[in-house]
Design a protein around this ligand. Sequence first.
Ligand code: SF4
Ligand code: SF4
Length: 294
Amino acid sequence: MDREAILKKAGLDVLGFCSARPLEKEKAYLLDRQAHFGLCKYEGQRIEERLDPSLHYSPVKSVLVFGINTKTRPIQLKKGQGLLAGISRIPDYHTVLKESGNKLCQLLKLEDQAKLMVDSHPLMERAFAQRAGLGYIGENTALIHPVYGTYLALGLILTEKTFPYDGEVGGTCSSCKLCIKACPGGALKGGGVLDPMSCLSYKTQSLEEGSRQLGPRLYGCDVCQEVCPKNKHVPLTSLDQVLKEGISKEEIQDLSNREFKKKYGHLTGAWRGKKQWMENFKSIEAYWARKSKE
Ligand code: SF4
Ligand code: SF4
């Protein structure tokens, strides 16, 4: 079966194959970031576990990197509403990727010789995606694919089988730097360096004290993707766009946690629960109050 047929049957947009040898140049990058900014709590704290597939599955020879396009239509917010990032306006990509990854294992007859890994693991997906020929890492620290830009959600399969590997492709952001200039958190420092704790996407998932000026954001931040010229011609996702507009505080404040989960649990952006959204609405209300005075 050729790759196009596999993609279609598994409901995927991209698939690449690469060796499972540990990542090398990324070690210095992670150590530097740890020294300057620390690692955020949602990423692996043991750097070797982010680099070496054999610490997660053994014996491992190959890594399969697969992904789906998550680009959604932009929405116009009404006054008072909170904004969920584009990836949250479609069904939870973790569920979609797990289903597609399982189909992929069946199609390639890997079931007993592979480990499927979607999100709840520390391996640096984007670095393996680069090694598997799916794109290059941009200034915004995301994978930039020639068709799907920065909009791919990725999963990995570690397997003891070998495949013909895809070669790493080059690419460059040249002197663009639009994402660095537009980043509302000042998190992009240039040279592909991100301060994770200043990123508003992280802050919308965190209840920690400190500056929480999120603007209208209820979950996630799309600014560095929206301004990126590499995303100009990315097609819309084939997944259902569940949310067509923002969410108001009134819609959630009286819901029990169980009701919240029933209503929004199928969205990626709801994984931190109602408490996180209510906390974020403090910043959203301040944003709309400021806007009304302008
Ligand atoms: S997600 Fe938002 S805050 Fe984070 S790096 Fe991108 S533009 Fe900056
Ligand atoms: S906005 Fe420009 S610098 Fe930033 S990732 Fe896109 S192409 Fe690269």
